[in-house]
Write a protein that binds this ligand. Structure first.
Ligand code: NAP
Length: 454
């Protein structure tokens, strides 16, 4: 935490259970501590392979000026945040520097102009307490304990009023906007706020919104693959961020998950979650690409055979996000009439598949991206109801943001990495211990206990 007196007072007020009015009366500090990348650094990794780009070199922790608050926004004191894969993308300036997003936003309006700065405060998750609200905010007030989802939408644009993910100027907060969640304070639109699950600690509450909502839309909501009872779902990266929530949705929804992971430890984690069909892709040694330009259909067949051995048939749905390395196999392994739903391309975005396997078997390819407010709210409620568990596996301080992002970049983690911002230690923020006990400490902390990370 920084030494600004207001920030210290805000933390003390939160910890002592002060009223919303008391918190609001403290005021916001002129500056606050944040994790950011610098515009002047966007070329520092020039010529390096992606794997050699080190977020510890590009992510800085320092004081930033507090921006003015727009009428439809809120200041949130951030108790905890999390690392997402977009933290990695921003910090290695791939596939492009995020300053272009900020400059585009700046051209849209006076309020948008605040975002084009020499630094980009990163982070697309947060759990904390509302400190002040703008004059147009109705449903939230100082003192409210919240989590923040990352769908940043201009609600005066008609295109935002069917499914806001289709809005012409839809953005991801903390990635395509400035003032993200990896900080002691953040500025968000009021329609990004959701109630903090009452049985979770700050860091458990902070890791869910981005990944959980994404998986909800991909599998459960009406805009994704619309999984139904009995469906078998192949989940890539099944102990990772979005994969770990996806597996829970399949189990909750009466489906059969087939989880793909890359180590025996991750396989054990899936078994502990109740996933019986697990493929260790490293142990199996799949090489879907013979070389940079040629895929190997016999490897797709070997993969498909393994799935049939495990669950007796091809899969109804493939939960796809690795992209280039796996898309050919995903399309192949999907059942006749089934759906591959994709939201990402971790291993490369120029994907390739054999169209014959796609059209002759009438398969579907569905694009998905984060979630609209209604979907994020539904996904948050499932966390609050204890039906979906947080995937917190490790906790770092804000100063260690670069190091934590490097772990994700190197795929050395399970589930989600939480970041303590204002929260001085782990374990704070539980409002309803009886509910926590009912849901089960074992379930809530499974990833934290079984993680191979320190
Ligand atoms: P994550 O925690 O790093 O998990 C990704 C998992 O994918 C890894 O644990 C790894 O599991 C697996 N994987 C990585 N490279 C692979 C490869 N070449 N082949 C097969 N599996 C591979 O990341 P995440 O938070 O789940 O995010 C995953 C991707 O989705 C990222 O690209 C992220 O940017 C994107 N994303 C998009 C949205 C959206 O709204 N569009 C939202 C969230 C995330 P194993 O090594 O165990 O197999």
């Amino acid at each position: 935490m920084n030494e600004m007196p207001e920030m210290k007072a805000i933390l003390e007020a939160i910890q002592s259970g002060a009223s919303g009015d008391e918190i609001a009366a403290i005021g916001v500090p002129a500056s606050y501590r944040a994790a950011f990348v610098r515009r002047e650094d966007t070329q520092i990794f020039e010529g390096l392979a992606s794997a050699d780009k080190d977020p510890r070199k590009s992510v800085h922790i320092g004081e930033v000026a507090t921006p003015e608050l727009a009428p439809d926004e809120a200041y949130v004191a951030v108790m905890a945040s999390s690392i997402n894969f977009n933290t990695v993308w921003t910090s290695i300036f791939e596939p492009l520097s995020t300053f272009g997003f900020l400059d585009r936003l700046a051209r849209e309006s006076v309020w948008g102009a605040r975002h084009a700065l020499p630094y980009h405060i990163i982070g697309s998750d947060a759990a904390g307490v509302v400190v002040q609200v703008g004059s147009a905010v109705r449903n939230w007030k100082p003192g409210d304990r919240v989590t923040v989802h990352c769908n940043h939408v201009d609600d005066q644009d008609p295109s935002a009023h069917d499914d806001s993910m289709l809005a012409a100027n839809q953005r991801i907060w903390g990635f395509e906007t400035n003032f993200g969640g990896l900080a002691d304070l953040t500025v968000v639109k009021a329609n990004q706020l959701m109630p903090k699950p009452t049985h979770l600690t700050w860091e458990e509450a902070a890791v869910n919104a981005l990944c959980n909502s994404t998986s909800y839309r991909m599998l459960v909501g009406r805009n994704g693959a619309r999984m139904k009872q009995g469906d078998s779902v192949l989940v890539w990266g099944a102990s990772g961020g979005i994969g770990g929530y996806a597996v829970q949705y399949v189990l909750n929804g009466g489906g059969t998950p087939i989880g793909v992971v890359s180590s025996p430890e991750k396989a054990a984690l899936l078994n502990a979650m109740g996933v019986e069909a697990v493929i260790d892709r490293r142990a199996e040694g799949y090489r879907f690409w013979k070389d940079e330009h040629t895929q190997d259909e016999s490897e797709w067949r070997r993969f498909g055979k393994k799935i049939r051995e495990l669950v007796g048939d091809d899969v109804d749905i493939v939960f796809e996000h690795p992209g280039r390395q796996t898309m050919g196999a995903s399309i192949f392994a999907c059942k006749r009439g089934g759906t591959v739903v994709t939201c990402a391309a971790t291993s490369g975005y120029m994907v390739e598949f054999d169209n014959r396997h796609f059209w002759m078997k009438l398969k579907n390819l569905k694009a998905s991206h984060f979630a609209n407010y209604s979907e994020a709210w539904a996904a948050n409620k499932l966390i609050n109801d204890g039906r979906i568990q947080p995937l917190l596996s490790a906790v770092h301080t804000l100063e260690e943001t670069g190091e934590a992002a490097l772990k994700i970049h190197r795929n050395e983690h399970e589930g989600k990495i939480g970041i303590l911002c204002l929260a001085p230690t782990e374990g704070l923020g539980i409002e309803d211990p009886a509910k926590r006990e009912r849901i089960g400490e074992d379930k809530i902390t499974l990833f934290r206990r079984m993680s191979t990370l320190p």
